[in-house]
Design a binder for this molecule. Sequence first.
Ligand code: NI
Length: 155
Amino acid sequence: MPDIMDNVTRIGVSLEPELLDQFDKMIERKGYVTRSEAFRDLIRDALTQTFVENEEARVCGTITLIYNHHKGDVKEKLTDIQHEHHDLISSSIHVHLDLERCLEVLVVCGKARDIKDLADHLGSVRGVQNGVPVMLSSEITEHEHPHDAASDHHH
Ligand code: NI
């Protein structure tokens, strides 16, 4: 039975010494002060991944694009697609990396499926290199939200 103190539940985890040693080295490199905090983050990451695999889930995140603005009509195409999906895009950052290359980061909120489709659409424009969209759920947080309040709540 886990014991409950200060609104946390303590659990015991059994690990092979070698695995624990590797874990301790990793969390030290990353700057964690306690194993518990590192475990909590791993669990949150796993929960987030599972959550955003549901295409109907409401998520927020980013889509990162790198392109050469001299190549064809890449700029016009990207602008057209972004205007078509203005409801998904909260904000964007444009950085002129050098004489030719641009870096654009879009901050997006919406259904996971729509965000994936938008990232695919933007990435398929000729001359664009893009990463996989980064998606986070606003429902998995450090502190407790009442579930009903969290589902419709995004900033
Ligand atoms: Ni630029």
